[in-house]
Design a protein around this ligand. Structure first.
Ligand SMILES: Nc1nc2c(ncn2[C@@H]2O[C@H](COP(=O)(O)OP(=O)(O)O)[C@@H](O)[C@H]2O)c(=O)[nH]1
Ligand SMILES: [Mg+2]
Length: 442
């Protein structure tokens, strides 16, 4: 089967790109362009025809032809660059659908084939998806690192170390009369402990990679009528939440996804904290408290013109929060003091909100410091790493000489979990490593 798809966004645009991949690609290209010769890896100028009626679909197109295996998918692949109107796109897609053994691709299928053809590993396939979906600078930079293989190399190195240790143990099983020499056992254990430490470090990374991918959670909490919903609307530059001088207007948590100077942020507006007047508000307040607990950063909004601050709210302020003393247009002298970053501002007059944004970025950037080469970007990686650690723990708990076979199995499982992050699970490699490191025939 050959697959085809519009690879660029939907038109109208100056140019659209339609891709086709599979073993009949060249034949299909010849059918559609009437070219006798199609040169690989260079630009072929062509007209595109509908083979059904010989009418021209696009009089000026470009065709790029990449014979497998040196293509994105590893199979034969071609790209048509056509005029990007919906009508031209549709006419070409229709003509392709009428070619023998051609069907529309499924989402991500070109990349899936690339993975199946061993052109890329699973981490790279995932990160290509991330690069396509990157909305902010941080997300782009993270995806670029992954596409370039930083994390893959790191996991592959760890895995090789595991396989090496395993190969010593496997060899010992084959020559079962003796115990594993003390020196080798010590080496293996040390190496496994190192790996444990490395993986642990990756896991204990405050989920930075996932946060960059999914967004940092910033929660707006505080007093009723302090201007929380107004603040959300101002930062989001649109009316997301209802603003009213009626206290207790916001009950549900209202979230909006923002790009704050490269930082992906999910900003949440919540119900004001006070003694609830009814059941609905009570639920809203409980949701608000929940949000602020799970947030990476809390902005506590307080009306600077109010005389006192509710005790519940005082309790919410700590070193990790930013206090926004709002309504400086009414009271421009700081009325309340807190032991954390405090900004006096007016949401209504958009005064000093820039300082707040700067402070948000500063606080988030502090969370970003990490020395790890491999950042976990998906729950899938975290689950696999945790499973790997469990197996390593099992191994370390055993008397490796007494339970040699079981200890080997622990390491085999650990290797498998680690391998499944990059998408390779291969027993042959363990055998290969044995023969490489040991002189069996000695
Ligand atoms: N004077 C003044 N009024 C504000 C300011 N920000 C919000 N308000 C008003 O305060 C009231 C409550 O605002 P809202 O955003 O709904 O507060 P929330 O209950 O904290 O979500 C509304 O009437 C707003 O127009 C401000 O900076 N200055
Ligand atoms: Mg509100």
């Amino acid at each position: 089967m050959n697959i085809y798809a519009l690879s660029s966004g939907r038109g109208p645009s100056g140019i659209a790109i339609v891709r086709i991949s599979g073993k009949d690609t060249l034949k299909v290209c010849k059918n559609l362009t009437k070219l006798k010769e199609i040169n690989s890896n260079e630009v072929n100028h062509c007209k595109l025809y509908d083979p059904k009626n010989d009418k021209v679909i696009d009089p000026e197109s470009l065709l790029l032809w990449f014979p497998g295996p040196n293509s994105y998918t590893g199979d034969d692949l071609a790209e048509f660059q056509i005029h990007g109107s919906n009508a031209v796109i549709n006419a070409l897609l229709k003509a392709l659908s009428e070619q023998e053994n051609c069907r529309l691709s499924e989402p991500g299928e070109f990349t899936k084939i690339a993975f199946q053809n061993d052109k890329i590993d699973l981490l790279k396939a995932e990160s290509i998806g991330d690069l396509i979906h990157a909305e902010t600078e941080l997300q782009r930079a993270q995806a670029v690192k992954l596409v370039q293989g930083n994390a893959s190399n790191y996991y592959n190195d760890l895995r090789k170390k595991l396989i090496k240790s395993l190969s010593y143990i496997e060899a010992q099983i084959d020559f079962a009369e003796d115990d594993l020499p003390e020196k080798i056992l010590k080496e293996v254990k040390n190496s496994i402990k190192e790996i444990h430490k490395d993986i642990h470090k990756i896991i204990e990374d405050n989920k930075i990679g996932e946060k960059i991918r999914d967004g940092f959670r910033v929660s707006i909490t505080g007093e009723v009528n302090a201007g929380k919903s107004s603040l959300l609307n101002l930062i989001a530059k649109r009316d997301v939440a209802i603003v009213s001088d009626q206290a207790g207007t916001t009950r549900d948590v209202i979230e909006t996804y923002l790009n704050i100077d490269g930082y992906p942020v999910i900003l949440a507006d919540t119900a004001g904290i006070r003694a609830a007047k009814n059941e609905v508000e009570k639920k809203g307040i409980s949701l608000a408290l929940g949000k602020s607990k799970e947030a990476d950063l809390n902005i506590v909004v307080i009306d600077n013109s109010s005389k006192s601050v509710n005790d519940e709210i005082k309790k919410m302020v700590n070193k990790d929060t930013i206090v926004l003393l709002n309504k400086s247009d009414i009271q421009d002298k700081q009325n309340h003091k807190f032991d954390t970053d405090t900004i006096l501002a007016s949401v209504k007059e958009n005064k000093n909100i820039e300082s707040l944004i700067k402070k948000i970025k500063e606080k988030l950037s502090k969370k970003l410091t990490s020395n790890n080469t491999a950042l976990i970007t998906r729950e899938r990686h975290r689950v696999k790493l945790n499973q790997c650690l469990i197996e390593i723990d099992n191994f370390l708990k055993k008397d490796q000489n007494k339970d040699l076979e079981l200890a080997a199995e622990d390491l085999r499982m650990a290797t498998r979990h680690l391998g499944s992050i990059v998408g390779k699970v291969d027993v042959e490699e363990i055998l290969g490593s044995i023969f490489k490191d040991f002189c069996i025939g000695k």
